[in-house]
Design a binder for this molecule. Structure first.
Ligand SMILES: [Zn+2]
Length: 141
């Protein structure tokens, strides 16, 4: 298959997205520095090419766009994840969500666990770093 030109719309969209990311490696001098244009889009990767690979030109290392998110190493496309979360948030159960979105019940369960674990981490961070109690957290949601 011929390599796609770098001016295709998807590549242009990823070029813009790269400006919103920063190097995730703590030992890089540009770690958490968004503003200097050191992040470039490399390619899509993974099963079904559902994920985006970026590179820090400062430390020359690559990273997944999903690194540090609940979807790291998840093979579902973003759109499927959003469909699952939308179905669940509208009150559908795991079986109904599975049927509506067209994924297995295990996949729905896996997404629930990933998001749940992430929310626990967020809550713990807010309580520790910002001294919020559980009532204040409930008001946030
Ligand atoms: Zn770096």
């Amino acid at each position: 298959m011929a390599r796609k030109a770098k001016n295709e719309p998807y590549h242009q969209m990823m070029k813009l997205r790269a400006t919103t990311l920063f190097c995730p490696y703590e030992d890089c001098i540009d770690h958490k520095n968004r503003a200097n244009g050191n992040i470039i889009f490399v390619r899509k990767y993974g099963t079904g090419e559902t994920q985006n690979l970026f590179k820090c030109t400062t430390c020359k290392r690559t990273f997944s766009e999903r690194r540090g998110t609940p979807l790291f190493e998840c093979h579902l496309p973003d759109e499927k994840v959003y469909q699952i979360l939308k179905c669940l948030s509208e009150g559908n159960g795991i079986r109904a969500t599975s049927r509506i979105v067209g994924v297995s019940k295990d996949t729905v369960g896996s997404i629930i666990n990933r998001i749940g674990d992430h929310m626990e981490d967020v809550a713990a961070t807010l309580m520790t770093n910002y001294h919020l109690d559980e009532c204040q957290l409930d008001e946030l949601w």
